[in-house]
Write a protein that binds this ligand. Structure first.
Ligand SMILES: O=C(O)c1cccc(C(=O)CC[C@H]2O[C@@H](n3cnc4c(=O)[nH]cnc43)[C@H](O)[C@@H]2O)c1
Length: 252
């Protein structure tokens, strides 16, 4: 089985790949220094892919760019070039308080396009309400639940936005519309759209680097979130391999 993990930036891809690097006690004699030695290839205009093989599953970790459009373009390009069975959107994100504190993980039970639609005098209408396409992608429920349980993540909707929330008013509006939301980020829905176009299942995992709310750059904890992301992928690798073994032929 081969899985595509899509991050926005190289630091996230490196955290994911570090987490996927087999621990010597678990998988064999690879030295602990290996995280910096994984194969890295380039395709297209500037796309980078880190490659990492685990028993039963091969991971390509793509740096797809920031925002839903770049993420969709990068994901679709990668999916056109190789045969994958699963697509994962991964990276840092903002956490909705108090459910998703700094440094925690959120696995999406729904990937929601939260600002794709129309503003009206009566409020926001999403694209489904406007009669165009869909505004939500659902990861396989069993996979999302297992991923959340194994990583200790909150299982909750993850919102995709094109504009990072920076005021209490917008955070409140998003929370009112999506009361169960755990996190917001900028790529999940784009990755999910590309995966859906290829008939593939999608998962999203976010490590919380900041609180969704008034902008406060001094309060960001990007390093802690990148560490949490690596820790998450340390246990996620075998979970995905196990799920893939049982579902590899479902989507082809
Ligand atoms: O300038 C700001 O105030 C600001 C606040 C949070 C994040 C940013 C970014 O430009 C990061 C975008 C990048 O990271 C993901 N991310 C991280 N936190 C959030 C968030 O609270 N809301 C949306 N996206 C976030 C995102 O997926 C991008 O890849 C700037």
């Amino acid at each position: 089985m081969r899985a595509l993990v899509v991050t926005a930036v190289a630091a996230e891809a490196d955290s994911v790949t570090t987490g996927l690097t087999p621990h010597p006690d678990t998988f064999g004699p690879e030295p602990r220094t290996l995280p910096l030695g994984y194969p890295r290839t380039k395709f297209g205009e500037g796309y980078l892919i880190n490659r990492r093989d685990l028993p039963g599953i091969a991971f390509d970790v793509l740096v797809g760019g920031v925002g839903p459009a770049a993420a969709a373009a990068g994901t679709a390009t990668a999916l056109a070039l190789a045969d994958y069975s699963l697509v994962v959107s991964a990276g840092i994100g903002g956490g909705f308080a108090p459910a998703a504190p700094l440094g925690s993980l959120v696995v999406a039970d729904a990937i929601v396009a939260a600002d794709l639609g129309a503003e009206t005098p009566d409020g926001f209408l999403d694209v489904t309400e406007l009669g165009f396409g869909h505004s939500v992608h659902l990861p396989p429920a069993e996979l999302a639940a297992r991923a959340a349980e194994a990583t200790g993540a909150l299982l909750a909707p993850v919102l995709t936005v094109s504009t990072v929330t920076g005021t209490a008013a917008r955070a409140a509006a998003l929370a009112a519309r999506h009361p169960m939301a755990g996190a917001e980020a900028m790529e999940g829905f784009g990755v999910a759209e590309a995966a859906a176009a290829h008939g593939l299942p999608v998962l999203e995992i976010r490590a919380v680097s900041n609180v969704v709310g008034p902008r406060d750059r001094a309060a960001w904890r990007i390093g802690d979130a990148l560490t949490a992301l690596a820790d998450g992928f340390r246990v996620l690798g075998p979970v995905l391999a196990n799920w893939g073994e049982r579902h590899e032929h479902d989507h082809r």
